[in-house]
Write a protein that binds this ligand. Structure first.
Ligand SMILES: Cc1cc2nc3c(=O)[nH]c(=O)nc-3n(C[C@H](O)[C@H](O)[C@H](O)COP(=O)(O)OP(=O)(O)OC[C@H]3O[C@@H](n4cnc5c(N)ncnc54)[C@H](O)[C@@H]3O)c2cc1C
Length: 213
């Protein structure tokens, strides 16, 4: 790290002198050179990849191209075999998979959950707007269902939608018991907001990271 120390010392030593200097004005030629040498579209920072669906057509920064062309980390003769007995195997660890796992485990079944990334690496954790449930004094399951059916232009699976709307409030209470925080009013009741297509305030949120919560 000798070079880093030298560089830092040089920066400190020359700071007062540089602070007095106005930044140099670049003429057209100097600007062209700057762009040619450093702009990713001009400098030699990218190359065509030679393998995969983008072979010969797509340019990538060298570091990414090297990675895309690299051998896999697993040896070619690696044949994984899983020896696992379980009552239920859930594929996917987003909100749906994780909720199913918790509920099934509560009912005494042995549950295994397999997900292609880390648990929670999912669309669910990216949802920031909120989650809907008919919990307001002016709201009802029928109203939630009618709004959603209209919002779906009648293409919704009516039976699934009925289950979603009927069970929504209970699921919110279940999440709360698990420790999920939702925004509250001063009197402790859930803070419900309106959203496009809802005829009553129905959206619960946890600030702007509801899915992560
Ligand atoms: C940016 C963003 C904002 C959103 N905002 C909202 C919102 O405010 N309100 C709202 O209601 N909805 C919102 N949504 C939609 C909502 O997040 C999704 O509809 C919901 O999270 C889907 O949940 P899920 O459990 O079905 O799927 P996911 O959360 O996507 O989980 C799928 C899981 O399956 C795993 N998986 C996938 N393929 C495989 C495989 N082959 N093998 C093993 N595992 C696999 C994934 O790794 C992941 O863990 C938003 C979505 C995004 C992306």
């Amino acid at each position: 790290m000798e070079w880093a120390r030298d560089a830092l010392e040089k920066i400190e030593r020359t700071r007062p002198q540089r602070a007095e200097q106005p930044p140099p004005k670049l003429d057209e030629r100097a600007m062209d050179l700057l762009v040619r040498d450093y702009h990713p579209d001009h400098a030699d920072m990218e190359r065509l990849v030679e393998v995969g669906p983008n072979a010969g057509t797509q340019r990538f920064p060298h570091e990414l191209a090297d990675l895309l062309e690299a051998d896999g980390l697993l040896p070619e003769d690696f044949h994984p075999s899983v020896d696992l007995a379980t009552d239920v195997l859930i594929i996917g660890g987003g909100g749906a998979g994780a909720a199913a796992a918790l509920i099934l485990e509560d009912s005494g079944l042995q549950v295994a959950l397999a997900t292609k990334l880390r648990l929670g690496d999912s669309n669910t954790v990216m949802a920031e707007g909120g989650i809907q449930a008919a919990l307001g004094p002016d709201d009802s399951t029928r109203r939630h269902l009618a709004d959603s059916y209209a919002g779906g232009h009648g293409k919704n699976d009516a039976e699934l939608l009925r289950i979603l709307c009927e069970r929504g409030p209970d699921r919110i209470r279940w999440l709360t018991r698990l420790g999920c925080l939702f925004d509250r009013n001063g009197d402790g009741t859930f803070r419900l907001r309106s959203c496009g297509g809802s005829s009553a305030p129905r959206v619960l949120a946890c600030r702007d990271y509801t899915g992560l919560e």
